[in-house]
Design a protein around this ligand. Structure first.
Ligand SMILES: C[S@@+](CC[C@H](N)C(=O)[O-])C[C@H]1O[C@@H](n2cnc3c(N)ncnc32)[C@H](O)[C@@H]1O
Length: 222
């Protein structure tokens, strides 16, 4: 099945609310564990960048699992950041997670480089995937740990519909629609490998981690 893009920003208030209130426990709880497995000897303290942070559920989980990390979390949707700000406050992490509103590329990202760059479920929103890989290149240095979990595109629309039924049957219609559109907009692992080579990021690896997810991870070699 060919890729069908979806709108980049999730700016609609209802859409942001449905996403912020959705149950992503099974996928999101696995990300900090996978990160720890892929980078077992990481330093205790780090400045981290989260690209396309949305309502910050993933950012918060990483902050809780890595108490020495501070985060700049960037998103172009004010509606999403409203939920993100509230969640960060509830988690009492406002001192360690700073939210930045801005469209990528071009968002006002404060530091020149980061020790860690994470970006969960952002790649599939981009009409031009090199935006993510070039942003990672621009804000990384030798040794930066990169961790990018995302959906991967199923082979057919019927398979995408079956996944929506299996994983989001109880969710509101707007979330089921977005999940379906996201599955159609996602890349395949083979496409991502080609993107990485084109970006000069051949040191990053792509691994399938579930029936609908892959991770891109590794240390920047430069
Ligand atoms: C599916 S959400 C993922 C949110 C969060 N990282 C997570 O895993 O739950 C994708 C987010 O990326 C944001 N986004 C998409 N394209 C963007 C761009 N070009 N610049 C900034 N944010 C963007 C959307 O507004 C949305 O909040």
């Amino acid at each position: 099945m060919k890729r069908t893009v979806e709108p980049e920003l999730m700016s609609d208030a209802k859409q942001a609310k449905a996403y912020a209130q959705a149950d992503f426990e099974s996928a999101h709880s696995s990300y900090p564990k996978l990160f720890a497995k892929k980078f077992p000897k990481r330093s205790q303290r780090a400045h981290a960048l989260d690209l396309g942070c949305g309502p910050c559920d993933v950012t918060i989980r990483f902050a809780q699992a890595n108490p020495g990390y501070s985060f700049h979390a960037v998103d172009g949707s004010a509606a999403m950041l409203k939920f993100g700000r509230a969640a960060v406050r509830r988690a009492k992490l406002s001192r360690r997670i700073k939210l930045i509103e801005g469209f990528i590329p071009g968002a006002p990202i404060p530091h020149r480089t980061y020790d860690v760059i994470i970006s969960s479920s952002f790649l599939h929103h981009l009409h031009e995937p090199q935006v993510l890989w070039q942003t990672i290149r621009n804000y990384s240095k030798a040794g930066t740990m990169v961790f990018v979990p995302d959906l991967r595109r199923p082979a057919t629309k019927a398979k995408a519909r079956a996944m929506v039924k299996k994983y989001a049957d109880d969710e509101p219609a707007v979330l089921r629609r977005d999940f379906y559109n996201s599955l159609l907009a996602a890349f395949t692992p083979a496409e991502v490998r080609r993107q990485l080579l084109r970006a000069g990021l051949g040191e990053l690896r792509v691994e399938i981690v579930s029936d609908r997810h892959m991770i891109v991870f590794g240390k920047i070699a430069r």
